[in-house]
Design a protein around this ligand. Structure first.
Ligand code: PXL
Length: 282
């Protein structure tokens, strides 16, 4: 019998700057979850603030890795997708969701496209369209406000997340008639707080989680949130409990990073706090 939950994580590997797999792998491991990475590309840094990063495209590996895994009937408790640096990566990632789909396997899609109202460098309208198609396969979708706008074809300015009724409306719009659960980040219903609105397709309920807001916008914050959420879901937490844990741990790490005055582009300083994550799960 397998007792350690297992997650296939389809993200880029950016060596410096803290995002994607350099956050996903240690976070899932610290939660007692086995992470099986599918690196979509190898970059010297993320694309946000270090200039001309290298980009080794690993898309051609995605099909053969999947074929090998299928050949010995590997199974997962979740397939968790993130940043896609090209249209074909999204198409290949959809192949993983399709291959491992089943009652015991959750498709968690973080549609990593942008932040603060703008797409990340290199994110084209074609990549956004491919992200929309991948999001259609999600059991749980984890966008921020910018990504919600890009997925829905709405104006960023219209996605107001400071009133309960608006938050519910946007989360439900993203759920596509209740077919997928949604954790929409960037909700602030009270000053000094940040959190998410959660639509749970199983219960049909919409709820809110929140945590203290730290100053600064550190790279990888969204990846940390979605990684904790995924780890908590595969270890049996409900959507709202998983989102609350993700909000709490992300807030803790953001506060530490802000207090130390660390550069935003170097990412959220989460490693020294990982030892606390397992305890917070109990
Ligand atoms: O954290 C999101 C992210 C992931 N991967 C790459 C990025 C970014 C954000 O800039 O550039 C490569």
């Amino acid at each position: 019998m397998r007792t350690t939950p297992r997650v296939a994580a389809i993200h880029d590997l950016s060596a410096f700057g803290r995002c994607s797999l350099t956050i996903v792998i240690p976070t899932l491991s610290a939660m007692g979850v086995q992470c099986c990475p599918v690196p979509t590309a190898y970059l010297s840094t993320h694309t946000g603030g270090f200039g001309a990063n290298t980009f080794l495209d690993l898309t051609d590996q995605m099909g053969p890795v999947l074929a090998h895994w299928k050949s010995f009937k590997l199974t997962f408790d979740a397939v968790y997708t993130g940043y896609m640096g090209g249209v074909r990566q999204s198409v290949e990632a959809a192949g993983y969701l399709e291959a491992f789909r089943g009652p015991g396997c959750l498709a968690v899609v973080d549609p990593v496209l942008g932040d603060h109202g703008a797409p990340y460098r290199g994110i084209t309208p074609e990549i956004c369209a491919a992200a929309r198609a991948l999001a259609d396969q999600a059991d749980v979708l984890v966008p921020n406000r910018t990504e919600a706008a890009l997925l829905l074809g709405a104006d960023y300015g219209d996605i107001c997340l400071d009133r309960e009724a608006d938050c519910r409306r946007w989360a439900e719009a993203l759920s596509r008639d209740g077919r997928r659960s949604v954790v929409l980040k960037g909700v602030s219903l009270a000053p000094g707080t940040i959190g998410a609105v959660c639509f749970d397709r199983d219960s049909g309920q919409t709820g809110f989680v929140s945590a203290p807001l730290a100053p600064g916008a550190f790279h990888g914050t969204g990846d940390l949130f979605a990684s904790v959420l995924t780890g908590a879901l595969v270890t049996g937490k409900t959507l709202s409990a998983a989102a609350q844990l993700a909000a709490d741990f992300t807030a803790l790490c953001a506060r530490r990073t802000a207090e130390r005055g660390l550069p935003e582009r170097e990412g959220i300083d989460f490693e020294p706090l990982l030892y606390r994550l397992y305890g917070l799960m109990r």
